[in-house]
Design a protein around this ligand. Structure first.
Ligand code: AMP
Ligand code: ZN
Length: 479
């Protein structure tokens, strides 16, 4: 273990920086809310992926790689998923599989390690039902009209994480007025499914879970009733995390669900949160595979480094300039390694600078740690007079950068290998589906128009007929 410095983390629950003491140093347990797989992840979503990957790497360094369990779930049941699959004319399974596949490629390109477990909500329905039954048995939930609701007034300290005034929480919950609710703030644990909607048999009829219960069930199954750290973006504090806490604590009877709650700040565009609903988003996929931003496709590592220029709790602005600067820095650092004939993988034994470790252990102060990397890079510039000393500095640079998931590529090819620009698969599939719908509706002028749009994108179409049904079909390829 090379990190003996105490690790301090800001805990949203206490609003204080606390010295982190794991419940069990042999198994430090971290849960982070993962994606809802209805659409591609945007670069705002990339922020928690990178922040908590850096934390995971630091915990592995401090407690040993086999002594940390990182769980990041996949939400594959959600009304947005149903709506999007219907819109695109594909099955829910096809949509969630396709979205998850691209998500996994995106996070790998960002140099994020795979979590130990990536549980899927649809594979934990029995566990969700079991927790809901416990909550009913303990008087914290009630069934009404095919729904099951969490009885918020049954938990005296509901709201301790977000510390929102009661009136605010009530006003927020009012959006969801429903006749089956006893209290205004009560939230859904289970709801009935109509014909055609995904559903599972339950003691309350065929239905599906609410969003919050998914994370309570998956974190319980993989990390236990109480675990060390729970993370996510700041927008999840209320209501999602507040409700996860309510469910888990009331089901299992502990004072806390997770000891430390960590939240990253927003990635912003002109002062506003990047989000699907505001429409101001850029997907990770298009940044990596198209030249729409700054005229080129970017390597994932460049986005990773650009994301590290602000402290994780501060907001950060999206700019192409930040990518350009990050790329310049990486070129310089890789150049240093190249000059010394080094690869990061060969430097695992190099010492870590105390100031670098201290910065990371100070509530993950990566910008401060970055200053140490710059200092090392300057000292590592090869000089004929003293190549051994500069090589040792370069080894330290690579070792420290590795701890942040940087400089993992081959220094000899990094500069030459430009990322491939390809077509935006999601966009193409959307247009192909629209064109197929137009053909089925015998709207041939629209179908020809879409053929032209696709041709412009370099996509060639092959129309056919399904042998069994006689329905029109279309296959596509990049010309
Ligand atoms: P969602 O798919 O909206 O549930 O988001 C997945 C994760 O990304 C959650 O942890 C969110 O808090 C986080 N997130 C969403 N938008 C942003 C943003 N603009 N900046 C930082 N984190 C975000
Ligand atoms: Zn969650």
């Amino acid at each position: 273990m090379s990190v003996v410095t105490p690790l301090k983390l800001y805990n949203t629950l206490s609003r204080e920086r606390e010295v982190f003491a794991p419940l069990d140093p042999d198994n430090v347990r971290l849960y982070v809310c993962g994606p809802t797989v209805y659409d591609l992840a945007h670069i705002g979503n990339a922020r928690p992926l990178i922040v908590f990957d850096a934390l995971y790497r630091l915990l592995r360094e401090k407690y040993g790689p086999d002594h940390v369990t990182y769980v990041r779930n996949i939400t594959d049941v959600d009304d947005k998923i149903n709506a999007r699959a219907a819109e695109r004319g594909i099955t829910i399974r096809e949509l969630t599989e396709e979205t998850n596949r691209v998500f996994q490629e995106d996070v790998a390109a960002l140099n994020c390690l795979e979590p130990n477990v990536q549980p899927r909500a649809t594979e934990h329905i029995a566990e969700m039902i079991a927790i809901i039954e416990q909550l009913i048995a303990k008087g914290h939930a009630y069934a009404a009209d095919g729904h099951v609701l969490f009885d918020v007034p049954s938990m005296p300290d509901y709201g301790a994480l977000s510390r929102r005034p009661l009136e605010d929480m009530i006003a927020g919950a009012r959006v969801d007025v429903a006749p089956y609710k006893k209290g205004e703030m009560d939230f859904v644990l289970w709801k009935p499914s109509k014909e055609g909607e995904p559903g599972w048999d339950s003691p309350w009829g065929r239905g599906r879970p609410g969003w919050h219960i998914e994370c309570s069930a998956m974190s319980h199954k993989h990390l236990g009733e109480v675990f060390d750290i729970h993370g996510g973006g700041i927008d999840l504090v209320f209501p999602h995390h507040e409700n996860e806490i309510a469910q888990t604590r009331c089901a299992f009877g502990h004072d806390v669900m997770a000891k430390v709650w960590m939240h990253n700040g927003f990635l912003q565009v002109e002062g506003e949160k990047m989000s699907k609903s505001l429409g101001n988003f850029i997907t990770i996929h298009e940044l990596l595979h198209t030249d729409k931003f700054g005229g080129k496709a970017w390597k994932g590592e460049v986005l990773r480094l650009a994301m590290m220029r602000s402290h994780y709790r501060q907001p950060i602005d999206w700019t192409v300039k930040a990518l350009e600067e990050a790329e310049k820095t990486l070129s310089r650092w890789y150049g240093v390694l190249r000059a010394h004939g080094l690869k990061a993988a060969d430097t695992a034994q190099a010492p870590l600078r105390a100031a670098f470790v201290e910065a990371l252990c100070d509530d993950l102060n990566i910008p401060r740690a970055m200053a140490e990397l710059h200092a090392l890079a300057s000292k590592a510039e090869p000089r004929d007079s003293d190549s051994q000393t500069t090589k040792a500095e370069a080894e330290k640079l690579a070792r420290a950068a590795s701890l942040l998931g940087l400089l993992q590529d081959d220094p000899t090819t990094w500069a030459q290998r430009a990322p491939e620009v390809d077509v935006d698969v999601t966009e193409v599939e959307k247009l192909v589906a629209e064109r197929l719908a137009a053909r089925k509706a015998r709207n041939f002028s629209e179908s020809d128009r879409l053929r032209d749009v696709l041709a412009e994108m370099g996509v060639k179409l092959k129309d056919g007929k399904d042998k069994a049904t006689g329905e029109p079909t279309t296959e596509w390829e990049v010309a």
